[in-house]
Design a protein around this ligand. Structure first.
Ligand code: NAD
Length: 299
C-alpha cells in the first residue's frame, strides 16, 4: 500500500488529481463513465478498470471525486460499486462535496466491511488541482489521518483534519457558501464599475489593494479579460460549474435549517444560482454570474 491508488471520477478536478498521483509514481487505476476522461489519465501512465468494483477488488486505497451525493451513493453502494468487493483495511477517501449525512452513511457501511471511510473535500479550483495546490478538509478517525495525508499531500498543499466523518464536508459547505456570496458580490461590483465608466482591469487592481479584495476579485475575477488563464477569460468554460455551486449552496441551506442558523445571504445566493442553473449557464463556470447580471440589465 502507498504505491497504488484507485481513483473514481475524472472530471474537471479528478483528472488533474489522478494525474498528479501518476506523476508521483503511484500505480493509479481509474474509472469514469466518460471515456475521454479516462483516456486523459491513461495517456500519462494510469491504468483503467471497468467499474468501481474492479478497482476495489485490487486496490487498498481509493479516492473518489464525484459531482454530488447520489453519484457517491451509486459508486459506493451500487451493483458494481466499491462496497461489493472492498477488501478489509481499505482506506476510502471521498473528495466530492456532498451532504455530511451521506458521508456518515458511507462510513457506517465501510465499517461493516472492515474498511475506513474519510470525507476529504477540497478547495482551490481546477488550477490548484492541476498544480497540486488544493486544500483538503478531512473528516475521519485521527488514527488514519497521517496515512490519508500521505496521499492527499501529493494533490494539495494543505491537508487539515477537521474531526469525525462529515466534518470535512461541514467546513467545505461553509467555505462555499461564502464563496457563492463573494462571487456574486464581486460580479455586482465589477459590473457597476464598468457601467460607471471604469476600466475593468483598473477597477480589479484597485479592489485588490482595498478592503473589498477577496479570492473572487483577485484570482478568479468574473469579468472576462481581467485575469488570464481562468474560466472567465475562456467563455466560462471548465472550472466549477454553476449547477455544482447551486448544489453546494443547497447543502449549506440544509445545514442552516437543521442547526437553526440564520444565513440570509447564503439563501439569496442559493436562489440566484438555482435560477442560473435553469439557463444555458448551467454547465458554465460559476463566475458566469457576472454574465447573468449583465443579461438582467435594462438597456
Ligand atoms: P465534474 O462534473 O467535472 O466531474 C465529475 C466526474 O464524475 C465526471 O467525469 C463524471 O463522468 C464522473 N462520474 C459521474 N458519475 C459517475 C459514476 N457513477 N461513476 C464514475 N464516474 C462518474 O465535477 P468536478 O468539477 O470535477 O467536481 C467534483 C466534485 O468536486 C464536486 O463535488 C464539486 O462540488 C467538487 N469541487 C469542484 C471544484 C471545481 O473547481 N470544479 C472545486 C472544489 C470542489
Amino acid at each position: 500500500r502507498g504505491d497504488a491508488v484507485g481513483f473514481v471520477g475524472l472530471g474537471n478536478m479528478g483528472a488533474h488529481m489522478a494525474r498528479n498521483l501518476v506523476k508521483n509514481d503511484y500505480d493509479v487505476v481509474v474509472f469514469d463513465l466518460n471515456e475521454a476522461a479516462v483516456k486523459s489519465v491513461t495517456d500519462v501512465g494510469g491504468k483503467s478498470a471497468s467499474s468501481p468494483a474492479e478497482i476495489a477488488a485490487q486496490m487498498k486505497t481509493i479516492v473518489t471525486m464525484l459531482p454530488s451525493s447520489p453519484h457517491v451513493k451509486s459508486v459506493y453502494t451500487g451493483d458494481n460499486g466499491i462496497f461489493s468487493t472492498v477488501q478489509s483495511g481499505t482506506l476510502l477517501l471521498d473528495s466530492s462535496t456532498i451532504d455530511p449525512s451521506v458521508s456518515q452513511e458511507m462510513d457506517v457501511l465501510a465499517q461493516e466491511k472492515g474498511s475506513v471511510f474519510m470525507d476529504a473535500p477540497v478547495s482551490g479550483g481546477v488550477v490548484a488541482a492541476r498544480d497540486a495546490l488544493l486544500t483538503f478538509m478531512v473528516g475521519g478517525p485521527e488514527s488514519k489521518f497521517e496515512e490519508a495525508k500521505g496521499i492527499l499531500s501529493k494533490m494539495g498543499k494543505n491537508v487539515v483534519h477537521c474531526g469525525g466523518v462529515g466534518t470535512g464536508q461541514a467546513a467545505k459547505i461553509c467555505n462555499n457558501m461564502l464563496l457563492g456570496i463573494s462571487m456574486i458580490g464581486a460580479s455586482e461590483a465589477m459590473n457597476l464599475g464598468i457601467n460607471l465608466g471604469l476600466d475593468p482591469k483598473l477597477l480589479a487592481k484597485i479592489l485588490n489593494m482595498s478592503s473589498g479584495r477577496c479570492w473572487s476579485t483577485e484570482l478568479y475575477n468574473p469579468c472576462p479579460g481581467v485575469v488570464e488563464g481562468i474560466p472567465s477569460s475562456n467563455d466560462y468554460k471548465g472550472g466549477f460549474g454553476t449547477a455544482l455551486m447551486a448544489k453546494d449552496l443547497g447543502l449549506a441551506q440544509n445545514a442552516a435549517t437543521s442547526t437553526l442558523s440564520p444565513t440570509p445571504m447564503g439563501s439569496l445566493a442559493h436562489q440566484i444560482y438555482r435560477i442560473m442553473s435553469n439557463t444555458d449557464l448551467k454547465n458554465q463556470d460559476f463566475a458566469s454570474v457576472f454574465k447573468f447580471l449583465q443579461e438582467q440589465q435594462d438597456e
